[in-house]
Design a protein. Structure first.
Ligand code: HEC
Length: 145
């Protein structure tokens, strides 16, 4: 019984350590930010398609995640961090444009937050505007590895 508790404590401590290491790696951080953005877009798409009922709290939380994460995103590209990631080397040659594309997504999410979509159709309309930003930036700056 006691051994089991110690083992459990070790496992919990171990998870904490790996989370700290991951947070120090800019590739892991920015991929995590994008993953959450992808999850939020998925939640909005579920509502827009009528697969999930409209829920103002979920819409708000999803838009907030997109806005917050994309604003932190361009800071996770220190020089030389393109290795082992899908980040195109073009990012570092065009950092201003890359930042502008991130800011555009942040601004579009903020507009939707200020006038929170009130129903399924509204979520669909917001998704159309916000969603354009993903492909715009990915085409220019994301490479498949
Ligand atoms: C400013 C540019 C930019 C915008 C805007 C952008 N992305 Fe990305 N995204 C990237 C880059 C660059 C990567 C690759 C990051 C890496 O591998 O280091 C990426 C990676 C991803 C990934 C893969 C993350 C992983 O697990 O490795 C997902 C999912 C994603 N983006 C979703 C989205 C969605 C959805 C949107 C729109 C709401 C969006 N992105 C908007 C630049 C952008």
């Amino acid at each position: 019984m006691k051994l089991k508790m110690i083992l459990t404590a070790l496992v919990i401590a171990g998870c904490g350590v790996s989370a700290v290491i991951a947070a120090d790696d800019p590739v892991k951080v920015r991929e995590g930010l994008m993953k959450q953005i992808g999850g939020s877009m998925g939640a909005l798409a579920g509502i827009a398609k009528g697969e999930k009922p409209y829920d103002a709290e979920i819409v708000k939380a999803s838009l907030t995640t997109i806005s917050t994460n994309v604003k932190a995103f361009p800071d996770q590209f220190p020089a030389g961090s393109e290795a082992n990631s899908e980040a195109s080397p073009k990012i570092w040659d065009n950092m201003d444009d890359f930042k502008a594309k991130a800011a555009k997504l942040g601004a579009d999410a903020d507009v939707a937050l200020a006038q929170l979509p009130a129903d399924q159709a509204g979520v669909g309309a917001a998704l159309g505007i916000i969603g354009k930003n993903c492909g715009d930036c990915h085409q220019a700056y994301r490479v498949k590895k």
